[in-house]
Design a protein around this ligand. Structure first.
Ligand code: VG1
Ligand code: CO
Length: 538
């Protein structure tokens, strides 16, 4: 039965860097998720009879909202929903399914790397027909609709059996429950030399993949252990759990500590990797060799031609503004362009659609290519494996050679999490107020508030982060997170280029020590936020 249910707007349903993200408790309020989903539909047109893809990362509340989204898609006139079995789809797999099936768009339920469970976070994000996160011009309209909504439509009283694949119907709409892995695995097989990777494992090469009890467990097991012959047990924390087993599914050395410690120990395998809650991020660690995401982007770009999917070379590279300039050096050597975009994958979409870039990346452990329109954790792991299978060198020696050939961009991000939102706002305001007076002090050449003009559609995005650019190419960048759910998170990004290979052994925080001090003094972080030190350093 199709019902129209009266409702009232909720405050603050503004989608951030990647959709609407809030505490589960907030999402559990009656009509809260429905309001946002209806506002998405109200912001779109021309979808009658079309296909919508629906899936999520399996976190707590996923099962309920999946059914809601399907019922609302039926009531709003979609012709067909494709939903992952168990309500599961990794973010990159959802992007692939949207593209492959020429769907109108997709709804992805995830709060990505944020913790899950009843006291954790939940999220809803809309992806457009190109498979990528909705651009700002759509998310702005969605937000506008959330402020005026007065009712939503839902086909109620029925639910879909998500337990097995197959076709059924709800409120006159077709529902297809699809295998979450098959199409994605087929795409990976097209891009990478699976035979070479199989031979690598046969030769005794060993790895660990930490799925952090999140969505990539079944993908990792199916592809690494199933198709590529990695021994059983290669995938750790491989069963998706609604609360991620209490883990914080953010693949960095802090939250993937077990893997990190293993990789730094005597008994380390050759290669270690991890992904996040929804499978779009990646962490890469060689034996005794952590690879920063910014370096990983540069190294993948420099070696991508070794994989069949990229043998023709790259059209261009794109990186988010806070990501280190290591990729720029690779682009320069390859004679291709490197684009600098605001934080968030949605800004890569136009560049990818227009064929201007092939590989993109962010310092926050996201890398991907034109194969989908999301960052893709397992894709990065498989590209690394393809490169290792062809070069037959350790990760450490690949990294060292890269630094020798290109120089090294020392890089670190300092996060001050859950600080008082007003204090954080004032800190940014004060930095903006110093933009004129800072140059010429401390070796600073230029200060700006990063703005991006999209070369494809001409749209402009302003106030994307304060950049302090130094005479020697060093940078300090300040911005506020758009994905936190409590207070504000101040991110400070610090970078220093080191052309001299003699100093490559130097530890990152030591190499950056002066700039780190300066980053705290200039922004008066201690006085304004009460924090002496960051909560997370990556
Ligand atoms: C963070 C990262 C950003 C990433 C975004 C979504 O955003 O810094 O690089 O695109 O998360 O990633 P913010 O605004 O908190 O800095 V995910 O894995 O949560 O889709
Ligand atoms: Co994610």
């Amino acid at each position: 039965m199709i019902q129209t249910i009266p409702t009232k707007p909720f405050d603050g349903q503004q989608p951030g860097t990647s959709g609407l993200r809030k505490k589960v408790k907030i999402f559990q309020q009656p009509h809260y998720a429905e309001n946002f989903i209806q506002s998405i539909f109200n912001a779109l047109d021309g979808f009658a009879g079309q296909t919508l893809v629906v899936g999520g990362d399996g976190r707590f509340f996923n099962r309920e909202v999946i059914q809601t989204a399907i019922g609302m898609a039926a009531a709003n006139g979609f012709g067909r929903v494709l939903v992952g079995q168990g309500g599961l789809l990794s973010t990159p797999a959802a992007s692939n399914i949207i593209r492959r099936n020429k769907a109108y768009g997709g709804i992805i339920l995830s709060a990505s790397h944020n913790p899950g469970g009843p006291d954790g976070d939940f999220g809803i994000k809309y992806n457009a027909g190109n498979g990528g996160p909705a651009p700002e011009k759509i998310t702005d309209v969605i937000f506008a609709r959330t402020t005026t909504i007065s009712s939503y439509k839902i086909a109620s009283g029925q639910s879909v059996d998500l337990g097995k694949t197959g076709v059924s119907s709800i409120g006159g709409m077709t529902v297809e429950v699809v295998d979450p892995i098959v199409d994605y695995a087929a795409l990976m097989q097209q891009l990478f030399d699976f035979d070479a990777i199989r031979d690598l494992f046969k030769s005794g090469f060993r790895m660990r993949f930490d799925a952090m009890c999140a969505i990539t467990g079944p993908y990792g097991k199916g592809i690494l252990e199933g198709m590529l012959g990695a021994p059983a047990g290669t995938v750790m924390n491989g069963t998706p759990l609604p609360d991620f087993g209490g883990h914080h599914p953010d693949p960095n050395p802090v939250h993937a500590k077990e893997l990190y410690d293993l990789m730094m120990s005597e008994s380390a395998p050759d290669f270690g990797a991890a992904s996040d809650g929804d499978g779009d991020r990646n962490l890469i660690i060689g034996r005794n060799q952590f690879v920063t995401p910014s370096d990983s982007l540069a190294m993948l770009a420099a070696n991508a031609h070794l994989a069949p999917g990229y043998a023709r070379g790259l059209a261009g590279i794109a990186r988010s503004m806070p990501t280190s300039a290591a990729a720029d050096r690779v682009a320069e050597k390859l004679g291709i362009k490197c684009y600098e975009t605001p934080t968030g994958w949605k800004y890569f979409g136009n560049l990818l659609d227009a064929g201007l870039v092939t590989i993109c990346g962010e310092e926050s452990a996201g890398t991907g290519s034109d194969h989908v329109r999301e960052k893709d954790g397992l894709w990065a792991v498989l590209l690394w494996l393809n490169i290792l299978a062809r070069r037959r060198q350790s990760v450490e020696s690949i990294v060292r050679e890269h630094w020798r050939d290109y120089g090294r961009n020392h890089y670190s991000r300092h996060d001050y999490e859950e600080v008082d939102a007003e204090a954080a706002g004032n800190l940014m305001k004060s930095l903006r107020g110093q933009m004129e007076t800072l140059p010429d002090k401390h070796g600073i050449k230029m200060v700006d508030d990063f703005a991006y003009d999209d070369p494809v559609d001409g749209s402009r995005s302003e106030a994307q982060g304060i950049r302090l650019l130094f005479e020697d190419g060093s940078r300090i960048v300040y911005r506020l997170s758009g994905t936190g759910t409590a207070g504000a998170t101040l991110r400070v990004y610090i970078e220093k280029f080191q052309p001299d290979s003699n100093l490559h052994g130097v530890e990152t925080q030591a190499a950056l020590a002066d700039l780190i001090d300066l980053s705290r003094n200039i922004a008066e972080i201690q006085r304004r936020t009460g924090r002496d030190l960051p909560t997370v350093i990556t």
